[in-house]
Write a protein that binds this ligand. Structure first.
Ligand SMILES: NC(=O)c1ccc[n+]([C@@H]2O[C@H](COP(=O)([O-])OP(=O)(O)OC[C@H]3O[C@@H](n4cnc5c(N)ncnc54)[C@H](OP(=O)(O)O)[C@@H]3O)[C@@H](O)[C@H]2O)c1
Length: 289
């Protein structure tokens, strides 16, 4: 299977590239070769003759999305539509990654793929628009994967690292920390997610449409932070703080736990979040702790 991967320097893209096996021929041009916002340049995808295009690129700095909304929509929606159009033209499958932030957090049971999205900020709105753009432009070929709270080895450059690297930096500065206990989420490891994405695209019964893929279970960021310090035996006191869904001045869903119902029906499951966290932390060198 010939895969064209967009976002190889990112957390998820980096792990998809790493976890591709012999049966995946992965071509991964960098942004300087293939900027998805440069519509004319996108035509070069045709010459790669891919069977699948995987788009992991995003404009996902929440605060910047509010002020630079044109750039957010350019990357998260218009470029997704353009990629879907090219996939339609060449008969390739199109996989694009979306987010739990398409939901508003009014439920207290895991959101399924058919629940109605109600995004709270420009980021979530632009990603939801991207979902519609993919599914309406290439309805037979598009797979939209919603995920949550990603962490991977490379950290997200546009966010200045991932949640774990930031908590490790906090622990180096102080032995006491406030952490939000209001949002319930499913933090997800990109090593696990990348394998699940590759499994899904190889699955003969994986039809076009929306899939949720997250590590199993749910927790608050307070519980996740405590688990990081417990696993690493770091003595940091974590104080739970109820921010009522407001963090860094942004509205966030109080509950955005996703149920992987469709992938699970195909036999694709991700490990529980705490197991994934332990595995990830075991790969971090002591120099970073
Ligand atoms: N991070 C999370 O917590 C989270 C949660 C839910 C959903 N998601 C979704 O999951 C996906 C992957 O997230 P991630 O954390 O792996 O992202 P990431 O680490 O920030 O990586 C994004 C990648 O996209 C590339 N990119 C950005 N704009 C581009 C453009 N115009 N043309 C080509 N490449 C471009 C970046 O390249 P450069 O290196 O050149 O910048 C980078 O390789 C995104 O769709 C995101 O919305 C993320």
């Amino acid at each position: 299977m010939k895969i064209l991967l967009i976002g190889k320097t990112g957390q998820l893209g980096g792990d998809i590239l790493k976890n591709g096996s012999a049966e995946h021929e992965i071509l991964a041009p960098g942004r300087s070769q293939l900027d998805i916002c440069d519509s004319e340049n996108l035509e070069q995808i045709i010459s790669y003759k891919p069977d699948v295009v995987i788009n992991t690129a995003a404009f996902h700095n929440l605060a910047l999305c509010e002020t630079e909304y044109q750039a957010a929509f350019r990357v998260n929606c218009i470029a997704v539509r353009d990629l879907a159009q090219i996939c339609n033209k060449i008969g390739a499958r199109f996989v694009t990654i979306s987010t739990d932030y398409v939901f508003g957090g009014e439920k207290r049971m895991p959101y399924t793929e058919s629940d109605r999205p109600t995004p709270l900020q420009v980021y979530g709105i632009s990603k939801l628009a991207g979902e519609f753009a993919a599914l309406s432009t290439a309805p037979q070929q598009s797979i939209v994967i919603r995920t949550c709270g990603l962490y991977g080895k490379s950290g997200s450059a546009s966010k200045g690292g991932n949640f774990i690297s930031k908590r490790l930096a906090d622990a180096r500065r102080s032995d006491v920390l406030d952490m939000g206990c209001d949002q319930r989420v499913c933090p997800t490891s990109t090593p696990d997610l990348s394998k699940a994405v590759l499994q899904l695209i190889a699955h003969p019964q994986a039809e076009a449409g929306i899939y949720h893929l997250v590590n199993n279970g749910e927790c608050t960021w307070y519980e996740f932070t405590k688990a990081i310090y417990e696993i690493l035996s770091l003595k940091v006191k974590v104080n739970p703080v109820d921010r009522q869904g407001l963090s860094d001045g942004m509205r966030r869903p109080l509950y955005s736990v996703l149920a992987n119902t469709k992938a699970k029906a195909l036999g694709i499951e991700l490990p529980p979040w705490r197991d994934a966290l332990e595995k990830y932390l075991s790969t971090i060198s002591s120099a970073h702790i």
